[in-house]
Design a protein around this ligand. Structure first.
Ligand SMILES: [Ca+2]
Length: 511
């Protein structure tokens, strides 16, 4: 049995050596498996792989250095790769379309209570599928949720800078290439993969989507670009084709939609995974009929919001963006219908974090989080409880789901639907497929958020919020979804349990 001591150099060296052996063992098995022709042999290999995976899990707690972490994640994809060869799928794997809105608040669309924004296409998608009421983004900002979606892991495992938006001005390195992404897993399972929209997990080569499992990529790499001129806030041209800047004229949401439709048409006879991370409704707040703002070579770090004549009422611009987003969803779904693909395609829609209520500089009346407290960037519900719709006609029954789920659950869910028999124990997320198909309850678990000194943990209906210079806050979301009544003094045993869970989680994800 290994002695796990993250602060002991000697133990760390020993673990590194053992880890390296496990990794090379798996590599060898992959090589052998590729030459294996019978199911019987594959099953034996898979059993052996499972044992190796268990060994790796035991080692995970001891991962200390970047090279060890990279080795671990590299090994993870090999395990997935092996399992993807398993036969006997109960169901034909579906095409997968994942549409991710940017900064869309919980109450910003009709089926989540908006009386202002008209979203008939999203409302129809929700009415025909499963609509979650308690779905959460992994982070209250852009990059964290994207990292967690792609890897099925808490973004904190890749370092604390992934707990907030990656900075464009510093040109930070992006998501490590060694990270195993759902796009890579689906590629190995035979899917053709494409991404059209916002990346925000690296600003230049090699940290681009084409090196993380996406065969095709058109879109922006930064956190925000002008929706008409595609200039990022540092004044750079930011519209790419693969690994090169290739500017196009048009409104960003419409360009993303056109490329998505073209992708579906070109790959309609293959199994495909289409990732559509829209830029809407992130600032600059510009609807299709609002003016362009940014020009190349000018810094917009102090003027990044667009042309807003009445700062006290940003909503008309945001409404136009939400409705362009809704039209995009309608066009993509209509394309699936027209090509006869709808009954074999899972469409998932959610947001990467909550919306803004207001913004420094006098910008007000932006998004609507309904009765939730907080907004983007906070660890209150308004920061991370988001709309989430799963549609797969005749397979997922029209329903409303009150289970608590999170963005990183998509990785094991999609991997399972693709027939990869994903080893969920290797991931932080949980497979939602039984919930989607049968309404089954998810296993009890604790979920965590962390951004800087702000942290939260959720277990059942209880939520603990810990923030700098404030006493701990304990809420019972079953009776107080608006997080108004702090019960920390009244329920010390719950407070203590959640504090312990949070401390253990922080130890687990620390490097
Ligand atoms: Ca965002």
């Amino acid at each position: 049995m290994l002695s796990i001591n993250p602060r002991c150099d000697a133990a760390g060296t020993q673990q590194s050596n053992q880890f390296g052996l496990a990794n090379s063992h798996l590599l060898k098995m992959v090589s052998e498996l590729n030459n294996t022709s019978t199911t019987h042999q594959r099953v034996n290999h898979t059993h052996e792989t499972s044992q190796a995976a268990t060994h790796l899990l035991a080692l995970r707690a001891g991962i200390e250095t970047d090279s060890m972490r990279i080795a671990f994640f590299t090994t993870l994809v090999l395990v997935f790769g092996l399992n993807s060869l398993l036969p006997a799928l109960e169901q034909q794997p579906p095409n997968i379309v994942f549409i991710l809105a940017d900064d869309l608040g919980y109450g910003d669309i009709g089926c989540y209570g908006s009386a202002v924004n008209r979203t008939p296409h999203l409302d129809r998608l929700a009415a025909g599928g499963m609509r979650f009421t308690d779905f959460h983004s992994n982070g209250p900002m852009c990059s964290p949720t994207r990292a967690a979606f792609l890897t099925g892991l808490y973004q904190s495992r890749f370092g604390r800078r992934f707990e907030s938006a990656l900075s464009g001005s510093r040109r930070d390195p992006g998501l490590p290439l060694s990270a195993v992404t759902i796009a890579e897993v689906l590629q190995q399972a035979g899917y053709f993969t494409g991404m059209f929209g916002k990346w925000h997990l690296g600003y230049e080569a090699p940290w681009l989507p084409t090196n993380q499992g996406f065969a095709e990529f058109r879109g922006l790499v930064s956190g925000d670009g002008d929706h008409h001129t595609q200039i990022d806030r540092s004044g750079n041209q930011d519209w790419w084709n693969g690994e090169s800047v290739a500017m196009q004229k048009g409104y960003t949401a419409e360009l993303i939609t056109q490329h998505s439709i073209d992708f579906i048409e070109r790959h309609k006879d293959e199994r495909f995974f289409l990732y559509v991370p829209h830029l809407a409704i992130h600032f600059p707040w510009q609807g299709p009929n609002d003016p362009p703002h940014r020009k190349r070579g000018i810094s917009y770090h102090k003027d990044k919001w667009g042309v807003i004549p009445d700062r006290s009422n940003v909503l008309p611009h945001v409404t136009a963006m939400i409705e362009s987003l809704d039209r995009s969803v309608g066009s993509i779904v209509a394309t699936l219908d027209r090509l006869g693909l709808s009954k074999n395609t899972l469409v998932v829609f959610t947001s990467d974090n909550g919306g803004y209520l207001d913004y420094a500089g006098g910008f007000e009346n932006i998004s609507d989080m309904g009765q939730l407290r907080g907004e983007k960037g906070t660890i209150y519900e308004g920061g991370h409880r988001v709309p989430a719709i799963f549609s797969w006609p005749e397979t997922i029954k029209p329903s409303v789901c009150h289970q608590t789920a999170m963005t990183f659950d998509l990785f094991p869910t999609l991997a399972a639907l693709a027939g990869t028999n994903a080893n969920a124990a290797m991931l932080d997320g949980s497979d939602l497929s039984e919930t989607l198909f049968d309404g089954a309850n998810l296993p009890e678990r604790s979920l965590f958020w962390r951004m800087g000194s702000s942290k939260a943990v959720r277990k059942g209906s209880w939520k603990l919020c810990v923030q700098a210079k404030r006493p701990p806050e304990l809420y019972n979301l079953a009776t107080d979804v608006g997080e108004r009544k702090n019960l920390a003094d009244r329920r010390p045993e719950v407070l203590s349990n959640l504090k312990t869970a949070l401390a253990e989680w922080e130890l687990d994800v620390e490097h």
